[in-house]
Design a protein around this ligand. Structure first.
Ligand code: TRP
Length: 470
């Protein structure tokens, strides 16, 4: 199954040749920025706090950190490595690497998982992105100033109960994503990430600073960092694992695509670890901004997907220059979601271009419209269909709306499945020599990574799956 050493010489020659013809990231920093742009998004600021709240805090946070370290980082390294090795789009790279080993079904399955996950995630991601767009206006118009928690909650429920408004903002968000993808991801994006990501980080620090004075900080810190394992359920473990994939943009070949542009002399391990640390840092910061407000105002940590929209506006309504900071915050949140949204649509468009021979504009409009239309189901499940829980006969899925199901199915099933295939592919299928050369790690570090990827990652993913099916 594996490539012999003489084969691998010609093989790698061909692969490196193909790489040279494409543009490469201008530097290690450029790759880190692009990958961070994809990774840091609604997953960190919207999803992480609310699933932490729903799953009881500390023990869940610890589980999530373990999943990032044991599953996330090794798989990110594997994806970047596969991408750089193949030097082409994910589908072509996988085909190139597998075809000569007669393993075509593997890349086909991986491609299918990736494309499906991209469509489904972007459909509801854009709806949440739309909430952020809507809140720019809410904050800028001063509606949040001095409001009580109840009034802030009412603003949010008002938004959710109004399908046409949700549709409008979902359409705006989707259009933003489509415009950039249709033009081809440009260097402008790279420059924008350099400025706006650090700005988002600083703004989160400001909110954390404010939250420290709110009187709930001690309880929030205890909630987030003192694990109480009695609160961690089996499904909580699955959610933590799924979120490690979601937040790092793994399991959908995004990092394979980005890795194909990474210059050969750059360390895959260092860059992957850097991106993961930034991503995790933003999530923890968001948690420390939000939970003090939750506890200081007697709100419910397990409030669900609306959590940040019911807490942060309260802080912006109370702090000095709140309308300004609030507006800026939601603008930056849109930006973070935008760069992530682009990385969800881009692989689909690239695939349509390559496999179906469609041009970029047509494929962007086609794929974008499909996501947009799918998003309508998520919008309706927030209001008209809020009682419609089609899979309630499955115990874990009881009471989940279409929106909840899309989130659950993509993050907790599809992405880990995609990641499992990546782990098997990089750990068992690809030639050890080729992998070793690409990663250029010290022998000890290589063995640690390879062993983790071959044994720990697949077993962890499989175990969590099996447990949850039972
Ligand atoms: N990581 C992004 C976030 O946390 C979401 C995302 C973008 C994503 N691209 C992805 C998730 C690819 C899975 C796969 O918001």
């Amino acid at each position: 199954m594996s490539v012999t050493s003489s084969d691998s010489a010609t093989y790698s020659g061909a692969l490196e040749g193909s790489n040279a013809k494409r543009g490469l990231w201008s530097s290690r920093l450029a790759f880190i920025l692009a990958a961070t742009g994809s990774a840091v998004g609604l997953g960190n600021i919207w999803k992480f706090p609310y699933i932490t709240g729903e799953n009881g805090g500390g023990a869940f946070v610890l589980m999530y950190l373990i999943c990032i370290a044991v599953v996330g980082i090794p798989i990110m390294m594997a994806e970047v490595m596969i991408g750089r090795r193949g030097g082409r789009s994910p589908v072509s790279s996988l085909r190139l690497i597998t075809e000569r080993d007669g393993l075509r079904p593997v890349w086909k399955l991986m491609g299918a998982v990736g494309i499906l996950a991209g469509f489904l995630i972007l459909s509801f991601y854009s709806v949440i992105g739309g909430w952020a767009v809507s809140y720019v206006g809410t904050a800028a118009s001063g509606q949040l100033t001095g409001q009580s928690a109840d009034a802030i909650g009412a603003i949010f429920s008002g938004l959710l109960s109004d399908p046409m408004t949700l549709l409008l903002w979902h359409s705006v968000f989707m259009a933003l994503v489509m415009v950039v993808v249709a033009r081809g991801v440009s260097s402008g994006l790279e420059r924008a990430v350099t400025i706006l990501m650090p700005a988002l980080f600083v703004l989160l620090l400001i909110v954390v600073g404010y939250a420290m004075t709110s009187g709930g900080f001690g309880r929030a810190a205890a909630f987030l960092f003192q694990p109480d394992f009695s609160k961690l359920t089996t499904s909580g473990v699955l959610v933590a694992l799924g979120h490690a994939f979601f937040t790092l943009s793994l399991g959908m070949a995004v990092m394979i695509a980005y890795g194909s542009y990474l210059p050969k002399d750059i360390s895959i391990a260092k860059t992957s670890i850097t991106v993961s640390i930034i991503d995790t840092g933003v999530a923890l910061l968001a948690g420390m901004a939000i939970f003090p407000i939750v506890f200081a105002n007697g709100l419910e940590p397990g409030a669900g997907p609306g959590l940040i929209f019911q807490t942060l506006p309260l802080a912006f309504g109370q702090m000095p220059m709140g309308s300004f900071f609030g507006t800026l915050f939601f603008v930056l949140l849109i930006f973070a979601a935008w760069t992530s949204g682009i990385s969800l649509l881009e692989p689909i468009v690239e695939w349509l271009e390559e496999q179906k021979g469609m041009n970029r504009t047509v494929s962007t409009i086609g794929a974008g419209l499909v996501c947009w239309a799918l998003g309508i189901a998520s919008i309706l499940s927030l209001n008209l269909w809020s009682d419609f829980a089609p899979l309630s006969f499955v115990p874990t899925l009881e009471g989940k709306t279409i929106f909840d199901l899309l989130d659950f199915f993509t993050a907790n099933i599809l992405l880990p499945l995609g990641g499992l295939l990546v782990a098997i592919f990089a750990g068992w299928v690809m030639s050890r020599q080729a992998v070793k050369k690409e990663l250029a790690l010290s022998p000890g570090a290589f063995r640690l990574w390879h062993g983790t990827l071959r044994f720990v990652t697949p077993v962890a993913v499989a175990a969590v799956f099996v447990y949850n099916l039972m």
